[in-house]
Write a protein that binds this ligand. Sequence first.
Ligand code: HEC
Length: 194
Amino acid sequence: MDRMARLKARSKRRVARWTTSLATAAALMLGAPAVADDAPVRKPPLSTTRKTNRVIYRPTEGRQIYRDRCAVCHRADGSGRGGDDADSNGFPPLTGLSAWLATAEGQQYVAHAIIYGPYGAVEVGDKLYYGLMPRFGPRFTNLQIAEVIRYIAEVLNKPAPGYRPITVEQVEAARHLPDDMAALEQERIALPPR
Ligand code: HEC
């Protein structure tokens, strides 16, 4: 295969992965089994994130929510997948978050990430992850978001001095970012590197 053909094949593989991750995200959001589907998927405008739990998903236990809705990408132990491989988007680990989760700013960013679903690229240590996360704001109640953050903070990470569990009021307050992703990026840049 010449260079051009190889590049084309690689970019095709990448698109296929991307489509699969979008379809997985959509399936998760709809509570359906995570199967690949070719239907195009678009993120809703940010403003719809204020309507909570339109798809009825009832569990309120952090561990169950994490296993049902997060582990498929971030893994059951929060160690993440892939990263920094030109051929893979990867999913960042949710371990190594003790420092962020011991501050109000860090907790707020984590809540925003869950509500709005970041996309673009995130750097963790010396690895770069560039993928797409579903937007869980419309799918979860404030209590569900608070409980899954507690699970990440208290089970997947070791609470650092100063840690306080996030409250449902803080999650409600986190539902009011301006209508663009740049706000989320800026917020992350302002935190210490993880
Ligand atoms: C379909 C895969 C997928 C699912 C499901 C998913 N995530 Fe993510 N998550 C990602 C990707 C990809 C990123 C990085 C986004 C980027 O590249 O900008 C991310 C980023 C994050 C971040 C920000 C990390 C950082 O360093 O900035 C947090 C926090 C997070 N996810 C929590 C969760 C939680 C909690 C759940 C379950 C409610 C969840 N994720 C479900 C794919 C997923």
